[in-house]
Every structure is written in structure tokens, then in C-alpha cells.
Design a protein around this ligand. Sequence first.
Ligand code: HGY
Ligand code: MN
Ligand code: MN
Length: 416
Amino acid sequence: MGSVLSVNAQRLVADLEALGQIGRVAAGGLSRTSFSATDTEARNWYFERCAEAGLTVVVDGLGNLIVSSPDVVPETTDRPAVWSGSHIDTVPNGGQFDGALGAIAALECLRRIHEEGIVLERPVRSIVYTDEEGSYAHLLGSSALARGYSLAELEAMNGRDGDRFVDAFTAAGGNLDAATRTKIDPATLHATVELHIEQGPTLENLGHEIGVVTGIVGLGGGSVTFRGRADHAGTTPMLGRKDALVAAGALVVAFPDLAARIGDGAVITSGVISVEPGSANVIPELVHVTVDFRHPDANQLAALEAEIRGAARAIADQYGVDVSIDLEPSIPPAPLNQGIQDLIAAAAAARGLSSSCLPSGAGHDSQNMATLAPTGMIFVPSIDGRSHCPQENTSWIDVENGANVLLDTLIQLAGS
Ligand code: HGY
Ligand code: MN
Ligand code: MN
């Protein structure tokens, strides 16, 4: 039973524990938002692990890290490669497994293939995708690989904190010209596989060890800005005010009803609201509301976006304020490759692990990679189904099982 090769679990756990200390904040979680000093620190830590293992790293124009084993048999070097990876940026005060698990497990798989001198039919590469958490744009790094960004798009991009992408990116050493030349040729990819925590309760509730992901939710987002009129909080009668925050509040309170109109699977969230001028005794003039919305069906995702746009305009009229709606192009839902799902399920069974098929309500770089090559995802259980918070946790045995199933799947995909 089991595969000829397994991960070095002790090293994998040690790496995840070490990475889990980079960006630790007083609130108990991790803050490694993209292009921040802690994100850069984590990347440098990752570079050191690659150097230690004798692996070579290429950094693309938007900071995606693409790691290869230098001793791939020459005639296979140029064959379409098998990619595996995830992200090491986090949400503010996030957890230590979201993204990190898949990024480090992929590195561990490449290390094991490299150090055992396993000769495969095509290269295996370990990837770290930039800004998966969308500090600047949902799944920024893998979107850059799949569709690329124009300079105008990058220059118009603002972060969740209101800062400009170009400023953060160049301050972190990025080159804007290179950032517009990231789109890859799908012919260079054979397949991609990502290991990730489930970030929900399904596997734990079922008591299953491995999740075979069937598809990934479609997602859209951006911001809605209401512009009212700053006035004195004490002398301005309630009737006739142009209060941008009352309008913004009306939009956020409407989210449950808007989602209910679309039905099951529709979710809408606002995680950041900024208010200007931001004084208790001034009627808010300018309010930015972030919007994150999702649905597993592309048409329903578009319908959900239309509901949000319609509600924002109607509320602006109702409260006598102006509104501007700035949403990114939505990222379509992605069905995942059935053949790779079968490989994952077989690898789990061969190791005596229970598995079940399930969709992903979280967005992942794999939904962009699925537009380029056959793509699969492996989930492991999240304790209490928690994620995007300091309580995010996964048992080390589930980490090891997930990484071994990933290794088996990669060897199957690269070996044949
Ligand atoms: O938001 C998401 O679903 C992912 O964690 N970026
Ligand atoms: Mn993630
Ligand atoms: Mn996340």
C-alpha cells in the first residue's frame, strides 16, 4: 500500500511552522498582505528554502515565483510542465494554512523528486502566486498568467487600503513594464494541481481525510463609492442631508435580500468601509464600500452583479447622493478536470485515506489555471471549518496526508 515516495513530514511541518511566524500580529493571526514588508520577508524565506534544496527560481513580471529542479533530464526540459503551488500572502490577521499549505507542500514535493533523482517524462514546477488574496485584484498573480494586465489596468488598480498598486508594487521592487508581459503560453503547461485547506466544515463533518474538488466558485468584486455632502452634524436638519454613510449602510443592509433574490449559492460581503472626512461631527461626504460577491454558476454570478449595481444606483437616488461603481472583471466559476479528480481519489484510496468530492466556495488561483491546462485541487479538513482568522487550523496528520496525495498525483501526471 502507498506510493514509492512520501514527503518529509518533519521538514514540511517545520517549514509551515517557520512560515507561520512571519507576519504574526498581536491579534494572534498573520498579516502578510501582498507587497508588504512581511510578504517580502516570507518570499525571501521561500527563496532560501529553494536555494537550500538546490532548486532554481524564476520570478515573473508580477512576482509569481516559478521553481524548477535544475537536473531535469535535458530532453524533457522543454516538454509541457506540471505545476503545483498556491499563495503565501494572507488576509489581514489571517491563518497560517490558507495558501501556505499548498505552496510549501508543492515545494516539498519538488524537493523529494529532486533529492531522490526521480526521472519523470516532464518537469514538475512549484509555484507561488502573487496577491491571491486580492489586496489589489482578486487572484492577481494567476490572472496575470492567464490573461495578463495592460499598463492602464495596473495604473488604475487600487488596494483595499486605498493605496495605488503601482506605488506598492514598485516600492517592493517590481518593474511595471515586465508586469504587462506575464501571460503564459498554455502549450507550456501539461496540468496543474493545488493542495489547499477546505476553509469550510464539510470534510470535518463527514469525517473524511481528503477532498477531491469538483469545481470553484465564480467571484467578482471591487468597490462602490457614494459621494454626498459634508455638512455640520449639529446644524444640518435630517431632512435634506446628503449623508454618504447612510447610503452605504443601506446598501450593505440590502445584501442578504439581494443574495436571496438570486438564491442558493449567492453570497455578498463587504469587508472594508472607508469614510471621509472621518470626523464624528461632520456628515460623511465620501464613502468607499468594498464588495465581494460569488456564485458557482456564471449566469447567476452576472445576475448577482446586476442586482448589486441596481441597488447601489437606487439607493443613491433615494438618499440624494452620487454613486460610482468600480468592479473588476468577474472571474468565472471553474469546473475542475475529471481525470485529475480521478487521480486524486485513487491516490487517496491507495494510501488508505477516506475522500469525498466537494465544490469550493473559496476562490483559488486554480480557477485561473484551469483556463490554461487541466487542473485539479486537493482539500484537507479545516478544524471547525474556520479560515481567514487566527483560529484557522488543520492537523499535522492531515497536512502530511494531503501532501502525500499531492506528491502521488504530481508523479502520476508528470510520469506518464
Ligand atoms: O477569497 C477567497 O476565496 C480566497 O481566500 N482568496
Ligand atoms: Mn487561499
Ligand atoms: Mn484566502
